[in-house]
Every structure is written in structure tokens, then in C-alpha cells.
Write a protein of this length. Structure first.
Length: 149
């Protein structure tokens, strides 16, 4: 299976660019655009909330195609925390997911980790791991910065 080309290489110049394209593809239900942000590596991995670990481009594509069979995913990344080096990046994201249910519009909060690597083709996603959702946003627990800016 041929790897889809990214919409525009200039839009994929950083981990933030890839993340933006990933969430935009989810919101549009665009499988080709979504797969274009992933690395070609056979060991890429994805875990949907409460689901199994899915390994490899073909399996990941199939998992997202199944997800999109119910329509696009109204997910917005919020509270992104970034750890970045010259060749890799890890983003801890709070995802806000909205869904229309029998009881009307509902919101769920998911904690996700997105891992990116810089390849010869630019930055690419190699891992997306999302926790099971909760009806209320979970608090963030962390250290108070020791230096005021």
C-alpha cells in the first residue's frame, strides 16, 4: 500500500505541525490525511481509549477506518505539555471529545501521549496512546516551578 503524501511539506515542519494535522484529520474523518502524518516504520503503535495496542501502518489504518465508520471524531487537543529534542518529541495532551448521544451533547476528557520523530521526510508520528475517557476533566498534578519568569 502506497503511503499517502502529506498535504504540504511546509505544514509538517515541526511536531506541532504534525499534531495539528493529526487532530484536523480526526475532526474531518480523513483517513488519507491522518495516515500521512504517521511514520513509515513497521513498529509505529496506537492505543485507542480502552483498546488493544495496534502495531504497524496497515493495522493502524484499519483501526482508524473502523473509528471513522461512525463519522469523524470531534476532538480538540488542550493543555499540551511538550518535551522536545532535536530529533524527537513527546506531547502529553488533554483531549476534549464531544459526541452527540441519545441524551444530547456529551463531553469526555481523554489523556493522550503523542510521540514524534524527525525522519528524512520530516517530523512524523510514531505513537499515539489515549487513556479511557472521563466525564470530568482530570486535575493536573505537578511541581510548582522553582524559577519565576
Amino acid at each position: 500500500m502506497a503511503r499517502p503524501k502529506p498535504p504540504d511539506a511546509a505544514l509538517m515542519a515541526s511536531p506541532d505541525d504534525i499534531e495539528h494535522q493529526f487532530y484536523e484529520a480526526l475532526q474531518r474523518g480523513d483517513i488519507d490525511r491522518l495516515m500521512a502524518v504517521w511514520s513509515d516504520d513497521d513498529d509505529i503503535a496506537c492505543v485507542h481509549p480502552g483498546g488493544p495496542r495496534v502495531i504497524g501502518p496497515g493495522a493502524i489504518r484499519a483501526a482508524f477506518e473502523a473509528l471513522f465508520s461512525n463519522g469523524s471524531v470531534n476532538v480538540t487537543p488542550e493543555k499540551v505539555r511538550r518535551l522536545e529534542t532535536a530529533s524527537s518529541a513527546v506531547h502529553s495532551v488533554v483531549e476534549r471529545i464531544q459526541a452527540l448521544t441519545e441524551n444530547g451533547p456529551q463531553v469526555a476528557w481523554v489523556i493522550a501521549t503523542n510521540v514524534y520523530v524527525k525522519t528524512a521526510q520530516g517530523w512524523r508520528l510514531v505513537m499515539h496512546h489515549a487513556s479511557p475517557g472521563t466525564a470530568e476533566e482530570l486535575p493536573e498534578i505537578g511541581d510548582t516551578p522553582s524559577v519565576l519568569h
